[in-house]
Design a protein around this ligand. Structure first.
Ligand code: 5AD
Length: 427
């Protein structure tokens, strides 16, 4: 489902109204809302009014999404040159990205506000809310940062049945208006390819929804079948572009080459790819993050980048964040969002749960104002949620307020997503 920033009508004409936003006056077609009058608050998108809301509701949404405008003061020549290069459509070098990752003060504020302007210019004030269903926490891998790792004997394991998964997905679509769902699990071969196919087919038979799978390195034949069954995308992070670090973190099973192979054939198969990296891994440098940005740009139709959070019962359990490291990770995550928004204007960038867990609910607004344009809400049934401990103390809050204002809960939303995805995939 989708959400836009409200605007107030200040002039009514025959087929359109004029609304005032912070920075401009916009002409909005009245669409079906023929009895709009001066003073009404409306939600609008792509130039057409969609819904009248009362002023209290408008205030609440503005509060959620917010708006800021920042007038830069002191900018270095190098910073200005980088911005100019972006505006002219040039590709940033690793050095330029590293410069942006290090900016402070005025330049930092400018980076965020520029990214916000690019988001607004390209995607309007239009945010999508996607859902994630974590259907099994069994995993054959032993990634040293992840609480689901096979060696962790202290985790209560669960698996949702095929019918439970289908029902949860169908409820999310029919009752709440979700149009894009991620089905995620550890790498769990209890679910055969055929079972995954069955799950996708059953969901698609019952409702119109885009399904993204996040089920690990299952290889080409599996992903071919899954695509054929109706999955549209994959959520599959490369985790880090630093191969030495990758090796250190993944002692058995996973290797970087296989990760990239997967990304390659995902593209070949026509998947919409959500990928990215972890931020703040032990031993990771700013240079690594710059490489992560370049690799994300290369592969992602949707960005999925979030902070590493230390987790009990993993080999990185001792890497505890203090206020300073926490702040650093939050800032780096926002900067990576902003830089990616500047580099790939129309890409989908969700605010990930790990960032919300680290920074609290207010980060949503901040991240959206730094170039992010979507949110990912957890739809895992309550009884299982506490056990999906990729990391601890996962954040869930206020989803209902956002869901309440979700716009286009019906087929328009699906069509709009379809158009946007097709544009992104050039089909
Ligand atoms: N902190 C943050 N993210 C994590 N993931 C796994 N463990 C952690 C952690 N401790 C992320 C990985 C994986 C995704 C499903 O969850 O990036 O790709």
């Amino acid at each position: 489902m989708c959400l836009t920033i409200p605007a107030q009508v200040f002039e009514k004409h025959k087929n359109f109204v004029l609304v005032k936003t912070d920075s401009e006056i916009r002409k909005i077609n009245t669409g079906f809302l023929t009895d709009l009058k001066k003073g009404d608050w409306i939600l609008h998108t792509v130039g057409t009014a969609v819904r009248i809301i009362d002023s209290e509701e408008a205030k609440e949404i503005i509060e959620l999404l917010g708006k800021t405008k920042y007038i830069p003061q002191k900018l270095s020549t190098q910073f200005k040159e980088i911005l100019k290069k972006i505006q002219l459509g040039g590709d940033l070098t690793k050095e330029e990205i590293t410069y942006l990752l290090r900016v402070k003060g005025d330049e930092k504020k400018t980076l965020f506000s520029e990214a916000n302007i690019v988001r607004q210019a390209n995607l309007h004030d239009f945010f999508c809310i996607h859902g994630i269903i974590e259907f099994s926490n069994y995993c054959k891998n032993d990634c040293s940062y992840c609480g689901l790792r096979a060696e962790n004997r202290n985790l209560t394991r669960y698996r949702m049945s095929v019918s439970e998964i289908v029902q949860t997905a169908v409820d999310a679509v029919k009752k709440k208006g979700y149009k894009l769902l991620v089905l995620q699990s550890g790498e769990d071969y209890f679910y055969t390819d055929e079972m995954l196919v069955e799950i996708i087919k059953k969901i698609k038979e019952k409702c119109r929804v885009f399904i993204f799978m996040s089920v690990g390195e299952r290889g080409y034949p599996a992903y071919k079948k899954i695509k054929k069954a109706g999955a549209s995308g994959v959520l599959f992070r490369f985790e880090t572009s630093n191969q030495k670090l990758f090796k250190r973190l993944h002692s058995k099973g996973k290797n970087f080459k296989n990760r990239l192979e997967h990304l390659k054939f995902f593209r070949e198969l026509g998947y919409f790819i959500a990928t990215g990296s972890l931020i703040g891994l032990p031993g990771q440098t700013i240079d690594d993050l710059a490489e992560d940005i370049l690799l994300t740009k290369k592969w992602a139709n949707m960005v999925s980048t979030g902070p590493f959070l230390s987790t009990v019962d993993t080999s990185l359990a001792d890497v505890i964040d203090n206020e300073k490291t926490k702040k650093w990770k939050i800032e780096m995550n926002l900067k990576m969002i902003a830089i990616l928004r500047l580099m790939v204007e129309t890409t989908r960038i969700p605010v990930v749960t790990a960032l919300e867990t680290l920074a609290g609910v207010n980060i949503r607004k901040k991240a959206l104002q730094s170039g992010a344009n979507s949110l990912m809400f957890n739809l895992t049934p309550a009884k299982y949620r506490p056990h999906y401990k990729i990391y601890g103390h996962k954040f869930y809050q206020k989803e209902n307020i956002w869901e309440k204002y979700g716009l286009f809960k019906d087929k328009e939303s699906y069509q709009m997503l379809e158009e946007r995805m097709a544009k992104e995939l050039n089909v």
